[in-house]
Ligand binder design. Sequence first.
Ligand code: SF4
Length: 286
Amino acid sequence: MFRPPAEAGSVLIRVADGCPHNSCAFCAMYRGVPYREHGMDEIDRAISAASAAQPGARRVFLADGDVLAMPEAVLSAILEKLRQAFPRLSRVNCYASGQALAARTDAELAVLRRAGLRTLYLGLESGSEEVLRNMGKAGTADGMVNGCRRAREAGMTVSVMVLIGIGGKGLSRVHVRETAAALNAMQPDLLSFLRLIPVPGTPLWRRIAEARFLQLTEEEAVREARDMLAGLDLRRTVFRADHGSNVLPLAGRLPRDRDALLAELDELLQCGVLDRNGPGPMPALL
Ligand code: SF4
């Protein structure tokens, strides 16, 4: 079961299998997993088992890949059951796609927030519509910017993920510029930079093998992260680039720590240790 790093201490409850889109060229998370929303009996059993094991739990993460896509009435019923099963529950979080966010009305978001849904993890990946189209991403950058704004107005916390390198060499500058602009419009509560890691068996892997997608070198990836960070004008965001995919682990608060984070990246770029010819060492599994 996949979950964001910040959910390491949460009770994980699966209410659906897979991702309803399963179309992103870089993503192997749910490849081969047919999308299925669990029935309420199955969800009841999962909640009962989880609450028997950890009755004092305060945090629950609902899986799999796009729980916000489930009907609002079903989600509200799940949230109600969670409140009954976990008396000390303080937050319920899940992944949300741009499409699911766009499909939720303001009233539905407000109902879900009141019912206990707290943090949405949204994979923006890029603010460039061209990059998103190339990667087969469901939803548009504009839709995700708007969805993020509406979710925050409903009182939710939005954690946005961006993929360094997703534009390849050809669209790197566009990716930097338009992603920074999208993030500045979103003003996410949390922001994570992850680096694009090609996974065998994905369409992206084949594009790289056929030289139809030119991967950034290690140095270019660090420069892209640096330039994107430099373009951010965020008023109150917790920033993380400490996922195993990143070349240099970084964490801080924006805008307070931006200059210090940029100095760290500049120092790394200047010291000459980064691979200028290839992507450098890549984690085997994410
Ligand atoms: S929407 Fe998310 S989980 Fe689904 S295929 Fe794309 S990246 Fe993977």
